[in-house]
Unconditional design. Sequence first.
Length: 399
Amino acid sequence: MNIKNILISQSQTDKAAYDALEAKYGIKVHFRPFITIKPVSMKVFRAQKVNILDYTAIIFTSKNAVDIFFQFCKNLRIEMPPEMKYFCVNETTANYIQHHVQMRKRKVFVGKGNNQDLFPLFKKHSTEKYLYPCSEIRKSDIPDFMKQNNILCKELIIYETVSADLKDLNIYDYQLIAFFSPSGVTALKENFPDYKQGDTLFAAFGSTTAKAIQDANFRVDIQAPIPQIPSMVGAIELKLKELSDPKGFKKYLKQLEAKLEQQLEEEKKLKEQQLKEKALKQQKASKKEINQERLEISIKPDDNTSMSPPVSDENTSKQSTSSSTSPKKTRTRKSTKTNQSTADTSTDISLEKESFLKVSLTESIKDKNESIKSKKTTTVKSTEKKTTAQKKSPTTKNK
């Protein structure tokens, strides 16, 4: 099959890559958007009841979404706060935001061209409140990921896709047509209801686009992205190589397979190394914890032994005699139990001593009181005798 004209069903992108393709294979690449984008009415926008400033991060997957979103902000007099974060599918979309707001680099997070590239960033910033401006027809991968990981994300429909008028186009002039969305396939059917694919090659970017082509009873000849070839340009070039040089293509395909195997092997080794490093870190951390616990145990004093009062000689002799007569099993008891028992016995002895001292003190106090009383009585009696003697002495003199 001889390919002379290729139709790309979107506006001109990757011009340098397609120019190189034209020069290398002697073909002509044509660009014609199959869909047009139309902003939703203000009535439809307000019916969604979304307050933009309630969110802390915005997801952009196209330049059209950037333009229309900031146009709505302008119409509603909403000024974006400087701390707002932006998650963009690629560098082009990220740079395009600068046309509307003054950007801070640390507030912009960029993928490598696919929505899936943003997933690790979403996980890293899972506490953000995400707003996803999109069309009524869009891929479900971002909302599905957010639901699975319990990340707050609100879709905001800001534009709708409408099939472009392609009736001036001679569709049979092209031997290869590249589609980038299911809407492009719908546009082909609406503009050319009687179209038959025949030998024309259809290229599909993404699984949803490929499914839309098959559902419309067409054939998918080129699929993108694939391992080692992430772009539509690369996928088309691979097909051109196959058609122009089948033998060379087989060799090229083997080289690609070898590269892919090598890459997979390297990724496997890297993962294994990462797992080993993780396991070593966990071992070190656990050892450190165990050593710390041992250190704390060795430093911590034994409360039972340090706080127990001194044991009397009688008690120690009793304990020695009891220990000599006790069986061997008692000797193998834990030191903590013996310490506890000695502490209990010593406290009992100290309590007995205390009660004995109290009793002896009370008795001595009673004895003292009684001696004082007896002394008082004797002094009183002696004074009475003296007074009686004095009274009797003058009578004897008179006699």
